[in-house]
Design a protein around this ligand. Structure first.
Ligand code: GDP
Ligand code: MG
Length: 447
């Protein structure tokens, strides 16, 4: 796929406004990539339509060609659907926190129960595993083995005595309820309930899961799904959503060669966050889900994404260098430079966070707190409505030009006046800094 895309890129080397033809050519490739990754067909269709709309409205980037820009939009959209920032377990105010696992047989619930318990234990929690899968021979034994490996206790109808092929007896709902009661009386702060699954979605199984849920009112219901499930992901996820409902998703068997289209399908159709990823049979093959890594895996374009990042970084560095050279040479700072700086500022949106972590940045932080992105958008719009001549030499901007610029950028004339005043202040500051022998902070006009 990457090869195909690379050739699409070659055909789209021209820079400029994103044309519909450019966008459509790239989206065709993206669509194919998503289908290759086994994303559900309906999800692909809707996704492509959304991306197309966003791309058509996108501003042209100086750093990227049209195809790269579309890929960047696709990636951002994928990451957003996959959950943006991953969420972890929400603990109950009054312990124990009850976590119930649900999913088809073989999805990896029992294995996950051990991994999750192990992870929580390493963070100082005291989980209890509850064996509420009484459907399959050996299910209780399997959980006991997993629990022992994880170093946590297990609550089961016949802990450790069920024979190899013995189907455990008892009522799974009662076992789940007793398990939670036991956790509470023995002061375990987390209880993880393993439940039974069937090979296909099944009404009786779903009812049992719903009954367990009603009996223990879990804080989290985790829907465990095999990443290899492919096109069936949507149906299965929807059935569990309707039948039991869940608060989060765990994707298993990501160590296999599945490209992970199931992740996108499930996230898109259910709107529930994907919380964890299971990547093998060992206890430690377990991680918090990373939407960005998953997006890159689904797109199968890790290289392209890296190139895009590099191109953008190089472009930024280039712009910064040009600006520095200009300031150092004592040339006047123009509105065009101001616009470039504004765009840089926008990209540094994370600066607030970054500066917040540094000591002794009080004044700077205050300035940044007052920094409003919409304000930057307004300033951008105003400068974009100026002619190149006006940007170079704002002194020529008389009353009628001000009115024209205001109209063109959809602001009031007073906004244009204010910007020109602020700019003139920034310009003076730049001149003074130059006189003072340069150095110091790069200018942050407008702040
Ligand atoms: P359950 O029926 O949902 O409880 O599923 P199990 O936990 O019993 O897992 C079914 C099979 O999948 C077992 O053989 C596990 O060892 C295996 N398994 C579970 N999770 C993973 C995983 O992340 N990667 C791989 N490769 N195998 C897994
Ligand atoms: Mg199991």
């Amino acid at each position: 796929l990457s090869d195909r895309l690379t050739s699409t890129f070659k055909n789209l080397r021209t820079k400029g406004r994103l044309s519909e033809a450019d966008i459509d050519a790239t989206i065709r490739e993206i669509r194919r990539a998503l289908l290759d990754a086994d994303v559900a067909v309906a999800v692909v269709r809707e996704f492509a339509a959304n991306v197309r709309e966003r791309a058509l409205g996108a501003e042209v980037s100086g750093a990227l060609n049209p195809a790269e820009q579309v890929v960047k939009i696709v990636n951002a959209e994928l990451v957003a659907i996959l959950g943006g920032e991953a969420r972890t377990v929400r603990f109950a105010k009054n312990p124990p926190t009850v976590i119930m696992l649900a999913g088809l047989q073989g999805a990896g619930k029992t294995t996950l129960a051990g991994k999750l318990a192990h992870d929580l234990r390493s963070k100082g929690h005291t989980p209890l595993l509850v064996a509420a899968d009484l459907q399959r021979p050996n299910a209780v034994n399997q959980l006991s083995v997993v629990a022992e490996r994880a170093g946590v206790p297990v609550f089961a109808p016949h802990p450790g005595v069920a024979g190899e092929d013995e189907v455990p007896t008892g009522d799974p709902v009662a076992v789940a309820r007793d398990g939670v009661d036991t956790a509470r009386s023995r002061e375990h702060d987390v209880v993880i309930i393993d439940t039974a699954g069937r090979l296909g979605v099944d009404a009786e199984l779903m009812q049992q899961a719903a009954d367990i849920r009603d009996a223990v009112t879990p804080d989290e219901v985790l829907f465990v799904i095999d990443a290899m499930i492919g096109q069936d992901a949507v149906l299965t996820a929807q059935a569990f959503l309707d039948g039991v409902d869940f608060t989060g998703v765990v994707l298993t068997k990501l160590d296999g060669d599945a490209r992970g289209g199931a992740a996108l399908s499930v996230a898109k159709v259910t709107g529930r966050p994907i919380m964890f990823a299971s990547t093998g049979e060992k206890l430690t093959d377990f991680e918090v889900f990373h939407p960005d890594r998953m997006a890159s895996r689904i797109l199968d374009m890790g290289d392209v994404l890296t190139l895009i990042e590099q191109a953008e970084r190089a472009f930024d560095a280039d712009e910064a260098e040009k600006m520095a050279a200009k300031v150092a040479s004592g040339q006047d700072f123009t509105l065009a430079d101001f616009l470039v700086q504004m765009q840089q500022m926008k990209k540094m949106g994370s600066m607030k966070k970054m500066l917040g972590m540094l000591p002794g940045m009080g004044q700077m932080r205050e300035a940044l707190d007052n920094f409003d992105e919409r304000e930057v958008d307004r300033i951008e719009a105003i400068i974009r409505s100026m002619t190149p001549g006006e940007r170079e030499n704002p002194r020529i901007i008389n009353g009628s030009r001000r009115a024209r610029i205001a109209k063109g950028s959809g602001v009031r004339t007073s906004d244009v006046n204010q910007l020109l005043e602020r700019f003139s202040g920034a310009q003076k500051m730049m001149r003074q800094m130059n006189k003072g022998g340069g150095g110091g902070m790069p200018a942050m006009p407008g702040m």
